[in-house]
Design a protein around this ligand. Structure first.
Ligand code: ADP
Length: 404
């Protein structure tokens, strides 16, 4: 096999990864996609090839694979067996790059120390993102690693979108509106150049609607605002997170309900959003098939907030040329997209019912003043592209990846 790049997305009890072959030195071909799950409970490595066929599905006892580094050792053994050699570089998804990192960065021990400072800003994600990086630094110190940040794409926001109306000292120590899902938005911004070149340099609002959900205002391909802020709790309602919330509610939970920090954190990350509102499920598929009025309320609430953020970003952009839907809900739920579009007919968005039902790429009706697209996101490919670019830069090459 040609040289490969491994993309790693480290979570709390699972690690997702994808392997890309570098075809003819400048094109990326996905060859494997897999995850190590159940770390600490029922460790399992499952990997599928590019055709979806299972390449390995193996479980271990806790005695054999007790910790993350044991699981990563198993992954290395599998890769050596399957590919014959280790990848030439690893691109990692790192949720927080703090205020300073505006682009993917080569991993060094100093970088890891700086990224550790941002753990308090993303306590649920950052430690899990850093652990595989440390593992590789220790076991395979000469392997090039690249950290790709979910915040980086948003670092060019104008000051009014970057700040909260709080005292300066808090801003200086890092209390800012960072925004997340940046790798997804960057990928969509690039895809728009192929899908709708006439619009890619215009005013575009993207709705990334997955388990986590946010929106981004793009002006000429650059992010100028995001619905997520200091943490990934703000903005749209999500599967289990509330989105926009009066901070007075947190004070109420503290002073009147006697809840502690950890309890509130658990409530806000796991029991709110569509799950909290419906009392049924965090999964839009369940809500769409339910006849319970609370399921309808949760879906209405979601569409209302997507539409109002679109209105807010239209003001931020000074108009709107296109709305893009992406991620699990955005790519697969015509009913949600239609409910949003119904609320946005005032700015001239009209969907083609048939194209919307089929999840086609362009779902706006011919003649609609605002265009609407469904573009599947690919954060892993974005990370692989960044890693390839850094490899090429290090090799002194100037070849850019051919975009398929
Ligand atoms: P993550 O943020 O974990 O990457 P995804 O982008 O995969 O999440 O989105 C997962 C969510 O997408 C699910 O929780 C579900 O609500 C929604 N979803 C997936 N498939 C469908 C579908 N066919 N119809 C409606 N919603 C869907």
């Amino acid at each position: 096999m040609a040289e490969t790049i491994l993309v790693v997305n480290g979570g709390s009890s699972s690690i997702k990864f994808e392997l890309f072959e570098i075809d003819h030195g400048d094109a990326l071909k996905r060859v494997l996609r897999g995850q190590i799950e159940g770390i600490g409970t029922h460790p399992r490595l499952i990997v599928k090839d590019a055709n979806g066929a299972v390449a390995i599905d193996q479980t271990w006892s806790i005695d054999e694979v007790g910790e993350l580094h044991d699981a990563l050792d198993k992954l290395v053994i599998f890769l050596l067996d399957f590919v014959g050699e280790l990848p030439i570089a690893i691109g990692h998804r790192v949720v927080h790059g703090g205020p300073d990192f505006v682009e993917p960065t080569v991993v060094t021990p100093e970088l890891v120390k700086r990224l550790e400072h941002f753990i308090p800003l993303a306590p649920l994600h950052q430690p899990n993102n850093l652990e595989p990086i440390r593992f590789v630094m220790t076991r395979h110190p000469h392997l090039l690693q690249v950290a790709c940040f979910d915040t980086a794409f948003h670092r060019g926001h104008p000051e009014v979108a970057d700040r909260y109306a709080i005292p300066e000292n808090l801003y200086v120590e890092g209390v800012r509106r960072y925004g997340f899902h940046g790798l997804s938005y960057e990928y969509i911004a690039q895809r728009l150049r192929d899908v709708a070149p006439d619009i890619a340099d215009g005013r575009v609002v993207i709705a990334h609607l997955g388990n986590g959900a946010s929106m981004c205002a793009l002006s000429a391909g650059k992010s100028i605002d995001s619905s997520m802020g200091f943490t990934a709790l703000d903005g749209l309602p999500m599967g289990t997170r509330p989105g926009q919330l009066d901070p007075g509610i947190v004070l109420y939970l503290l002073s009147e309900k006697g809840m502690g920090g950890k309890e509130i954190e658990h409530l806000l990350y796991h029991d709110c959003g569509l799950k909290g509102l419906s009392g049924i499920s965090n999964d839009v598929r369940d809500l769409l098939t339910s006849t319970d009025p609370k399921a309808k309320l949760a879906l209405d609430y979601l569409a209302y907030h997507i539409a109002t953020v679109a209105g807010m970003f239209t003001a931020a952009l000074g108009g709107i040329d296109a709305l893009v839907f992406t991620a699990g809900i955005g790519e697969n739920a015509p009913a949600v997209r239609q409910a949003v579009a119904n609320r946005l007919s005032w700015f001239g968005l009209e969907l083609c019912e048939n194209a919307n039902a089929k999840n086609e790429i362009r779902i706006s009706r011919e003649g609609s003043r605002v265009s609407c697209f469904v573009i599947p996101t690919d954060e892993e490919l974005m990370i692989a592209r960044h890693t390839l670019r850094i490899l090429q830069r290090q090799a002194g090459g100037v070849i850019e990846e051919k975009q398929a």
